[in-house]
Every structure is written in structure tokens, then in C-alpha cells.
Ligand binder design. Sequence first.
Ligand SMILES: *Cc1c(COP(=O)(O)O)cnc(C)c1O
Length: 234
Amino acid sequence: MTTHTPTELIKRYQSVQQRIQTACERAERNPQSVQLLAVSKTKPVANVTELAQQGQKAFGENYVQEALEKIAIHPELEWHFIGPIQSNKTKPIAENFAWVHSVDRLKIAQRLSAQRPENLPPLNILLEVNISNEANKAGFSEEEVLNMAEEIAQLPNLKLRGLMAIPMAETDYEKQRQPFAKMQQLLTQLQHNLPNCQLDTLSMGMSGDLQAAIEEGATMVRIGTDIFGARNYA
Ligand SMILES: *Cc1c(COP(=O)(O)O)cnc(C)c1O
């Protein structure tokens, strides 16, 4: 078993923060306008504790059961659900998270709204867009998302905050930029269509493409591997 010494994890974390800073400088953007979501899926809660001690507040998880265990230990942190959502899992998601990035069906949004406890603030949600039009990828098409957003924005216990995408993996920088630029245009269109919503969030950019995402307007980057090291699903 390999574990990172505390210093290694913190070094990786600081190096990701530095890359965000540099990408913002290149894009002439305020570094405060890009939030780092630390994607802790498959990683031990001790890693979360360690980053929380460094001031990291927002953590992303993909698997409900695993996430609930971490949330129970760190209820003070801001938890984001970013994985595929089965409709029989919406209740614990509605009850335990502050944000959901992966809303890809109207039915899921309706269930999250119905199941959000009244004593909690509205659940912040993002609509996932299948921006590279991949056959087996979750998400709304570009055409669908504009219509769906109007309907989803009406749901009482949700707060529609913007869009999320996981584009097809590309290593070429210019190719990475194209789908992110399309996402930025879609968000602008959505802001125009729904002027009364606080549509301020573009969740895009992972370990391999965070610079291109920031160049094209990401406000939240979701970083797992480059902070926590490679995941082991064994
Ligand atoms: C796992 C995951 C990430 C983190 O990806 P890395 O390449 O490890 O940085 C980001 N977003 C989503 C939706 C994920 O499932």
C-alpha cells in the first residue's frame, strides 16, 4: 500500500493552487474568480482532514455511500456531488450535499427538489452538458439544456447556478479549448434567457485540462489526481 506523507499531499495541493494562479494570470483573470473543488473520491478521509486544515472548504465526491461517511466526519465542509445519479439515490444526495454538478435529467432535478429538506437552503445545482456529443456520455445536448433550464429553474428547493461539462479527453491545448469555449457561450445564452437566476458557475477543467478551462471562463475546476495522486479502484 502506498500512502502520501502529509507533506506530499500538501505540496501537490499547493502546486495545483499555483497552476490555477498562473492560468488566471495568463488569461488576465482574477484568481478569486476560480474556485478549486478538491475531488476526494476513493481517497481516505484523513486526506480530506489534512486539506481542510490547509483551508480547503469544497470537496467533490462521486459515490453516495463513500461520501456519506466523509460528510459525517466533516459536516462543516461544503460537499459537492459530481458523479452519475441513479434516481433511487436522490434522497441522500438532496439531504447531505450543498451542490450537485451532474443533473442530467428533468426527473432527477424534480426528485432532488422534492426531497430537499425544508430546513436546509436550496440545493445549488448545475446542468451537465454532453458538450463533445459523445454517444455514451451523460448530459443534456446543447439544444436540450436551454429548454430544460427554464423548467428546472422553476423547481422550488433548487437554485440553478450554471453548467458543468466533462469534454472528451484531449491532450492538445487548442483542442481542449474548443468545448470549453462552447460552454462559456451556452452559459451566456442561459444568463440572457433567465435574467432572474444567479447563473454564475461554469464547472469545467480537471487535472489534464485545467489551464484551457480557465482560459475559457471556468469558475470552478474539479481536481482529483493532481492533488491526491492516482486513484486505485481495486
Ligand atoms: C473524478 C472526477 C474529476 C477529477 O478528475 P481528475 O482527472 O482526477 O482531476 C472531476 N470531475 C468529475 C466529474 C470526476 O468524476
